[in-house]
Design a protein around this ligand. Structure first.
Ligand SMILES: *[C@@H]1O[C@H](CO)[C@@H](O)[C@H](O)[C@H]1NC(C)=O
Ligand SMILES: *[C@@H]1O[C@H](CO)[C@@H](O)[C@H](O)[C@H]1NC(C)=O
Length: 444
C-alpha cells in the first residue's frame, strides 16, 4: 500500500515536472515570436527605439541625428530584408526572426562602424569593398567614408542607386579629408594621398566608440560581424587589433630594412585595423620623447616630427612605432584576416588561411587591377560584377570557382582552398538558412 502511494506521488511529481518543463520550454520559444509581432506595432518599437537610443547616447551620438520616428521606420524596414541575394519572402520573415534568441531584440541592434579613406581613382575599388561588407554581414553597418572632393559626390550618387533592400542594411556619412593637428599638406604627402587620415579617426569621430578601418583594396569574404567580435576579446589594456606585416622575419620588410622601432618581430599591417576609439582617446601612450605618456591627439605630430626622415610607409610606420612602445595595447589577429600577396607570392606562408580559408582579402600592390596575381583579381572581379539582386551561389560563387581554376598555375592560385574555403562556407551558411527557411513545412 505504502509503496503504491509512493509510486503515485512520484508519478504525480514527474507529471507536474513534465508539464512545467513543457510549458517552460514552450515559453522559451514563444516570446521572440510575440516580440517580433509587437515590434511591428508603433508602441513597442518606439520603446525599443528609445532603449537603443539611450544606449547610443553613450556609444554614439551619430545615430541620434536620425529622429526616433525615422529610426523606427528604418528599423522595421531593415527587418524585412534578409541577406541580399535571396529572394526574400517578406511574409515568412518574422518566423526567421522568431527563432533567434530574445536577447538580440531586447538589446537592440548593435551597429558596426566601418571607416575607409579614399582619394584619386579609388571610387570603384571602394564601392566594391563596401559591397562585399554588405553582401554577407548580419548586423547593420555604418560607413564613414573620407573622400576627396570630386569623389564625395560620386559616392553619394552611386550609393543612392543601390537597391532598397541593400540600402536598408547600412547608413553612411561622407567626410572631407581633414587633419586636426600639424600641417595638413605635410600629412597629405606623408603616404599615398590622404592615407594618414586614418591616424586621426579617434580625434574626428568623437561620437563613435569603436570601428573597423580598412584600406580601399580590402574585400570581405565573410560577415564583418566575425572580425567585429574581436573587439569583445580585447583584454583591459588592448585598444587596437591588427595582423602581422609578415609571417616570416627573414623576408619581412620591417625585420630587414626598418630604421625605426616597430611592433614585435615583423611589425603590423594597418590595412585592416580594429580600433576601440573610446580607449584610444582615454589612454596615455608611452613614447621616446615625453615621460609619463601623451594622449593620442598630442602624440601624432611630435612623433611624426621625430621620425619623418626614417619612415618609409608613412602612417603605418607611425602606428608601428606607437605600438612598439605600447605593446600591451595591441591585439594581434591571424593573417587570414588580412591576407595579402605577400602571403603567397614567395610560397604559402599563412597557415591560418590554408586551414580555414581567407576571411578578409587585402589586394595591395594594385593586384586587383593588373595581371600580376590573377588569384586576387578574379575574386575582386566576381564581387565587382555580382548583380545585387541575384542568387549568391549562382551568380557569385560558381563563376568565381570556375575563373579561379584558371589561376591554379600561379603562385597564389596554387592552393584554391585558401581563397575559396571561407567564401564557400559563407555562401553555404546563407544558402542553408534560405533552404531551411523555405523548405520548412508550415507548422500546425
Ligand atoms: C571600448 O572600450 C570601452 C571602454 O573600455 C568599453 O566601454 C566599450 O564597451 C568598448 N567597446 C567595444 C565595442 O567593445
Ligand atoms: C593584454 O594582452 C597583451 C598582449 O597580448 C599583454 O601584453 C597585456 O599585458 C595584456 N593586458 C592585461 C591587463 O593582461
Amino acid at each position: 500500500m505504502r509503496v503504491n502511494c509512493k509510486i503515485v506521488v512520484i508519478a504525480v511529481c514527474f507529471g507536474v515536472f513534465l508539464l512545467l518543463y513543457f510549458f517552460g520550454g514552450n515559453a522559451a520559444d514563444e516570446p521572440p515570436l510575440k516580440e517580433v509581432e509587437e515590434d511591428n506595432s508603433y508602441q513597442s518599437s518606439y520603446e525599443l527605439g528609445n532603449k537603443v537610443a539611450s544606449k547610443l547616447i553613450i556609444k554614439s551620438h551619430d545615430e541620434l541625428h536620425v529622429p526616433p520616428k525615422q529610426q523606427l521606420t528604418e528599423r522595421s524596414k531593415e527587418r524585412k530584408v534578409i541577406n541580399i541575394g535571396r529572394n526574400v519572402n517578406a511574409k515568412s520573415r518574422p518566423r526567421a526572426d522568431a527563432r533567434r534568441p530574445v536577447s538580440r531584440h531586447a538589446r537592440g541592434e548593435e551597429i558596426m562602424h566601418l571607416a575607409v579613406v579614399t582619394c584619386g581613382n579609388r571610387l570603384d575599388e571602394t564601392l566594391t569593398m563596401v559591397k562585399s561588407a554588405l553582401l554577407f554581414s548580419i548586423k547593420k553597418i555604418k560607413f564613414h567614408i573620407f573622400a576627396e572632393d570630386p569623389l564625395a559626390s560620386q559616392f553619394e550618387k552611386e550609393l543612392n542607386q543601390w537597391p532598397r533592400a541593400v540600402s536598408a542594411k547600412f547608413q553612411y556619412s561622407i567626410y572631407p579629408i581633414t587633419f586636426s593637428v600639424g600641417n595638413a599638406e605635410e600629412w597629405k604627402k606623408l603616404f599615398k594621398p590622404c592615407a594618414a587620415q586614418r591616424l586621426f579617426l579617434p580625434v574626428i569621430l568623437k561620437e563613435v566608440d569603436s570601428l573597423l578601418y580598412v584600406d580601399t583594396d580590402v574585400l570581405f569574404l565573410r560577415p564583418m560581424d566575425a572580425i567585429w567580435a574581436f573587439l569583445k576579446a580585447f583584454n583591459s589594456t588592448q585598444l587596437a587589433a591588427m595582423a602581422p606585416e609578415h609571417e616570416i622575419p627573414k623576408i619581412g620588410w620591417y625585420s630587414r630594412f626598418a630604421r625605426h622601432p616597430f611592433y614585435g618581430v615583423t611589425g603590423v599591417n594597418s590595412g585592416v585595423m580594429l580600433m576601440n576609439l573610446t580607449r584610444i582617446r582615454s589612454t596615455l601612450f608611452e613614447n621616446s620623447m615625453i615621460p609619463g605618456g601623451l594622449s593620442w591627439e598630442n602624440l601624432l605630430h611630435p612623433l611624426y616630427q621625430k621620425y619623418k626622415n626614417h619612415i618609409t610607409w608613412g602612417d603605418q610606420d607611425l602606428l608601428n612605432i606607437i605600438f612598439h612602445y605600447n605593446p600591451e595595447c595591441i591585439y594581434i589577429f591571424p593573417c587570414q584576416w588580412n591576407y595579402r600577396p605577400d602571403h603567397c607570392m614567395y610560397g604559402s606562408n599563412c597557415k591560418g588561411a590554408e586551414d580555414e580559408g581567407v576571411s578578409i582579402l587585402h589586394g595591395n600592390r594594385g593586384v586587383y587591377h593588373d595581371d600580376k596575381q590573377p588569384a586576387f583579381k578574379v575574386v575582386y572581379d566576381a564581387i565587382h560584377d555580382f548583380p545585387f539582386e541575384d542568387n549568391l551561389f549562382q551568380s557569385l560563387f560558381y563563376p568565381l570557382q570556375t575563373k579561379f581554376l584558371e589561376t591554379v598555375n600561379t603562385l597564389c592560385g596554387r592552393l584554391p582552398q585558401v581563397f575559396l574555403k571561407q567564401v564557400e562556407k559563407t555562401m553555404r551558411t546563407m544558402y542553408e538558412k534560405k533552404v531551411v527557411h523555405r523548405g520548412k513545412p508550415p507548422q500546425k
